[in-house]
Design a protein around this ligand. Structure first.
Ligand code: MTE
Ligand code: MO
Length: 177
């Protein structure tokens, strides 16, 4: 009699444990699909421009190629040494103006983000300086490589930054603040 009661109690606890594990698994699935949803929207070769959660526009490299192009030869001093570059790029100001001429007045700074979630902050005053902030899409005439080595990526270059830390590679989004 006593043994049967103990057995029932164990079974009840096992069911409770099982239910808890299943609920936990569901929560994990919900959490990761939420993360994945956000990641799926951002992909290399497309630049999403937003203000907070509001999307202002989305531009492909083809869209950016239609804007006035500038060739920028430069030497970037990074941790690995000096790298010679000959970027094909377009001023970030032209990119913002192609969406809405008022953006530079409405917002104070820009958070640039790479596919690896690397972020750098650019002040709007820097964007308004002539010959300073560009979006590059080719180097020595060749499309920039994606993080995974594919073709077609974008990069922020800031001419007044001597060391390329804020040169956001694999650019996927600009958040205006
Ligand atoms: N997306 C992304 N951009 C980045 C980084 C990074 O880790 N991720 N590192 C920065 C740093 S610290 C440096 S020195 C330069 C290196 O430039 P390179 O990788 O183009 O040579 O990239 C900058 N841009
Ligand atoms: Mo660096």
């Amino acid at each position: 009699m006593v043994e049967t009661n103990v057995g029932k109690g164990d079974l009840f606890n096992l069911n409770k444990l099982l239910a808890a594990v299943i609920v936990l698994l569901f929560l994990c699935i919900a959490f990761f699909s939420f993360l994945n949803h956000d990641g799926a929207v951002l992909k290399e070769g497309t630049l999403v421009i937003k203000a907070g959660e509001t999307g202002l526009g989305s531009l492909s490299i083809a869209d950016i190629r239609k804007l006035p192009a500038v060739e920028k030869k430069m030497t970037v001093h990074s941790g690995l040494g000096n790298t010679e570059s000959d970027f094909t790029c377009t001023p970030l100001l032209a990119v913002l103006n192609s969406i809405d001429q008022d953006l530079t007045q409405k917002y104070k700074k820009i958070i640039a983000k790479g596919i690896d979630n690397y972020t750098s902050v650019i002040d709007m005053s820097e964007v308004l300086q002539p010959d300073n902030v560009y979006i590059a899409y080719a180097d020595f005439g060749k499309p920039l490589k994606t993080k995974t080595g594919g073709e077609g990526s974008m990069k922020i270059i800031i001419c007044n930054d001597e060391f390329g830390q804020r040169f956001t590679n694999w650019l996927v989004s600009l958040e205006l603040q």
